[in-house]
Design a protein around this ligand. Structure first.
Ligand SMILES: [Zn+2]
Length: 427
């Protein structure tokens, strides 16, 4: 989530891993971020825990590589491959390699190379992994391509959890960040994706900040240069935290995080419906090194006024000429709101609404002040992203000050309990 916002060969045969199921199998508790919880943890460790097949501890994550269905997909395969019908061993096509090709669909088939396959979805299985390129990203695992309404396609990467995490750590945090911050990132990324495995029929997470950034094994930049999506170091950070997840009251939770809080995080339940109580507002000055700790921007007043009018109109309200935008004081650590006035009426609008409604890049976070100067609105703000949960630049600051990954996690998720999934298997 930090760059831009500032967060199965076959369908897993054994699971639809729910957050609750994960909590139940987390029978072996390794350590707690709070020493005072040691006693409670010890007793829970003695509770009978259902056994789960070991393969479920490094399950296949299904990552949607296409936020929106596409008219065509650019695919290349660097070695021998098979195209199979998902869930079967039926080989529909095969080849020694596939030069970069546009995969297209008609109303009843998927066309890959010279093969026109009359089927709704296919799975591309490489003999040697990683060897499948989708656009500019090279992925481990397999790629499932499915037809979507409107003669479009979606691409889903099925990849083992711990391989997925090695790429997420690198995609979300630069290599220069503190080791303990990147270990904390590995733990929250693991928790996040396991919490999201709730049985969606096609995929678990997106490959972007909509879920977590995931660039795959390698990727090409605009100049065509190959860059590492994962590295020896990121694999070490995943291995060092193997199987460790965050829990609250014995269950996984959605470990929200964002790039830079700019001074304090926002209480989770004021932004996300599935937020747990430990996502409180915490003060954080550890992110001061971030470029977007403070920021400024400006827009023509007319543009801002139109956005305000459109928003209020959608709620059945009218609005005149924009006179002021004033922060509304709500001392509960919740999402900031702003009062807009046209001189006659006063309405409140959430900071997130402003952020998503104004042109991209105007507001880096929901925290800002706005001043109307002539025909312009000047914004001064702090932070980057939704600012709920762990602050990634703050985690780096804490790590460089000597804090361990459990200490970092306990800072942003006060009272979090860390457990290790039993028999976690990591390559
Ligand atoms: Zn911060």
């Amino acid at each position: 989530m930090w760059f831009t916002s500032l967060f199965q060969l076959q369908r897993r045969s054994v699971i639809a891993l729910s957050a609750t199921a994960i909590a139940l199998i987390a029978g072996v508790v390794v350590f707690s971020a709070r020493l005072s919880q040691g006693q409670a943890l010890a007793s829970r460790a003695n509770d009978p825990a259902p056994m789960l097949d070991v393969s479920t501890h490094n399950p296949l994550v299904r990552v949607n590589l296409t936020p929106e269905p596409q008219k065509q997909l650019e695919l290349a395969i660097d070695g021998p491959y098979r195209v199979v019908a998902p869930g079967t061993n039926r080989i529909l096509a095969h080849g020694e390699r596939l030069a970069e090709s546009a995969i297209k669909t008609t109303n009843n088939s998927i066309r890959i190379g010279n093969a026109d396959l009359r089927i709704n979805q296919v799975e591309i299985v490489p003999v040697n992994s990683p060897s499948i390129w989708v656009g500019d990203n090279l992925f481990r695992g397999t790629i499932r391509i499915a037809r979507a309404p409107g003669e479009k396609l979606i691409a889903i990467n099925h990849v083992p959890l711990e391989d997925y995490l090695a790429s997420v750590v690198n995609s979300e945090m630069p290599a220069s960040f503190a080791d303990s911050a990147r270990e904390a990132q590995a733990i929250i990324a693991r928790t996040y994706v396991l919490a999201k495995m709730t049985g969606h029929p096609q995929f678990d997470v997106y490959a972007s900040t909509r879920s977590q950034k995931y660039k795959g094994y390698q990727y090409r930049d605009a100049a065509g240069k190959r860059l590492a999506g994962e590295s020896t170091k990121s694999r070490e950070h995943v291995r060092a935290t193997a199987g460790i997840v965050c829990t609250y009251q014995g269950k996984l939770f959605t470990t929200y995080y964002s790039a830079v809080c700019g001074g304090s995080t926002v209480r989770g339940d004021s932004v996300f419906e599935d937020s747990v109580p430990l996502l409180q507002s915490v003060t954080c000055d550890w992110c001061k090194e971030a470029r977007l700790y403070r920021w400024q921007s400006a827009l023509p007043k007319q543009k801002v006024e139109q956005v305000v009018k459109d928003h209020l109109k959608s709620k059945g309200q009218t609005f005149g000429s924009l006179v002021s935008i004033t922060p509304v004081t709500k001392p509960d650590g919740g999402l900031p709101y702003y009062a807009v006035s046209d001189g006659r009426s006063r309405q409140e609008i959430a900071g997130t609404t402003f952020r998503v409604s104004l042109p991209a890049g105007t507001l880096q976070s929901p925290h800002f002040t706005a001043k109307i100067v002539g025909t312009e609105v000047q914004f001064s703000g702090r932070g980057h992203g939704h600012t709920v949960g762990l602050c990634q630049w703050g985690a780096d600051g804490l790590g460089k000050a000597g804090r361990t990954s459990p200490q970092i996690l306990n800072y942003y998720y006060p009272g979090v309990t860390l457990v290790r999934l039993k028999d976690n298997s990591v390559r």
